[in-house]
Design a binder for this molecule. Structure first.
Ligand SMILES: Cc1ncc(COP(=O)(O)O)c(C=O)c1O
Length: 413
């Protein structure tokens, strides 16, 4: 027998499996499962007709470059279109600053490879996105948590943690943030705090990694487009590496996303990407480019906001009807997630075991914390299930919760 462990590199040995992907395998094993685990878009939003038409035209065979290798930076007309997408987000960029990536997940991986050495510090919120945790841990970075307020990362704690790490002789390089409708909490960083964060990053010589998959998906009963203004929009000194994606707006299957960074860094990201995949799929990029050019994305955006706002309402209403005040959560102002706090004495991982027996899954909160905490939180994604499945899932979740909260407010409903 070959001892493959002996062949693994340090990185290979320490690769981390995403907690959310792991849950995905349950869907295959358990029939009739309702999943509140993955942050998948609702497939009813996919613009099938437009995509069929665009793909048909591209695949007519008239243009051989459609299925050819593409440039590492990205398909130039798509890069030009992204310059306009960024302008609509109040960010001025040039194509020298942009790089098309295979999902924002690849962007996070590139950030890790190009900017981090083992032991370098990345400051992250408590909680933060699991995909960023894996990407940065895979290059053996040291992830250090910062407390969070209702309007995002706590500035006092941020500075204290940064200074503490520096005093201990460690290189604090990055602050990773999801300012719009954070995965997993749904929180929105206030405009004032965004400006303060930029000022802080300049003062403390730290780069901000601004990850923005959900900014377009604000719920207009509680948030406005103005409140989603990118931190990068006010970045006078080149402090921000910005990532966004077409995954949550057009379709994640294309795996088309982008990053915008100061040109010197973008050139480095491009070199790193060359050795990973040469380029992202050119056909996918051309479909996305046409979808932008033909106004498909622009037409979709208001429908997406309405649909997901409705799904948020549906999940909140059925949870309140089923469990009363046994669960509480911050009101999400956009995005895909509810972030309930569990009653005293109940643990997210234990609840998940009972929930699996009831054929419903979610992500236990501990997956989002780099300090080992989060046991009393769970992340429920309302984006994917159809309305009847959403209600059924909440009923099953309630059955899983029942033994633990039998004597609490569930009985008062
Ligand atoms: C905060 C955050 N960043 C990045 C991603 C990855 O997106 P993509 O599909 O573009 O790889 C996600 C996906 O859920 C996300 O929630």
């Amino acid at each position: 027998m070959v001892d493959y462990n002996a062949f693994l590199s340090t990185t290979g040995r320490e690769l981390h499996e995403s907690a959310i992907r792991k849950m995905g395998t349950l869907g295959v094993r358990i029939p009739d499962l309702v999943s509140f685990a993955a942050g998948f878009p609702d497939p009813v939003t996919f613009p099938w007709e437009d995509l069929r038409e665009i793909s048909g035209e591209l695949l007519s065979g008239r243009d051989g470059t459609v299925l050819q290798y593409g440039p590492t930076r990205g398909y130039k007309p798509l890069l030009d279109a992204i310059v306009d997408v960024m302008a609509a987000r109040h960010v001025r960029t040039t194509t020298e600053e942009l790089l098309v990536t295979t999902g924002s997940q690849q962007g996070l991986d590139l950030v890790g490879r190009v900017l981090l050495d083992p032991g370098d510090v990345v400051l992250v919120e408590l909680p933060t996105y699991t995909g960023a945790i894996s990407a940065f841990k895979n290059v053996q970075a040291r992830l250090v948590g910062v407390r969070q307020d209702a309007d995002g990362v706590n500035l006092d704690d941020l500075d204290a943690v940064c200074q503490r790490e520096r005093t201990a002789g460690r290189a604090v390089k990055l602050l990773y943030l999801v300012p719009n409708f954070q995965n997993p909490t749904g929180l929105l960083i206030s405009l004032q705090k965004r400006r303060q964060l930029l000022e802080w990053a300049n003062r403390r010589d730290v780069l901000i990694v601004e990850d923005d998959p959900y900014g377009v998906l604000y719920f207009d009963d509680v948030a406005s487009e103005a409140e989603t203004r990118a931190i990068k929009a006010d970045d006078q000194h080149g402090r921000v590496v910005y990532l966004s994606t077409f995954s949550k707006t057009l379709a994640p299957g294309y795996r088309v996303a982008w990053m915008a960074a100061p040109a010197t860094l973008s050139a480095r990201f491009e070199l790193a990407k060359q050795s990973m995949d040469l380029s992202s799929g050119i056909f996918d990029q051309r479909v996305v480019h046409q979808a932008i050019r033909r106004g498909v994305l622009e037409r979709l955006a208001p429908r997406l906001r309405d649909l997901y706002r409705g799904k948020r309402d549906a999940m909140e209403q059925s949870l309140r009807a089923e469990v009363g005040d046994a669960l509480t959560w911050p009101d999400p102002k956009g995005g895909f997630f509810l972030w309930p706090e569990l009653p005293d004495g109940l643990d997210g991982d234990q609840l998940l075991e009972r929930a699996i027996e009831e054929r419903v899954i979610f992500v236990a909160g501990s997956a989002f914390y780099v300090d080992g905490s989060g046991q009393r939180r769970i992340r429920l994604s309302f984006s994917h299930p159809a309305p009847d499945r959403l209600q059924e899932g909440v009923r099953r979740l309630t059955s899983a919760l029942k033994p633990a909260v039998a004597n609490r407010s569930m009985q008062t409903r």
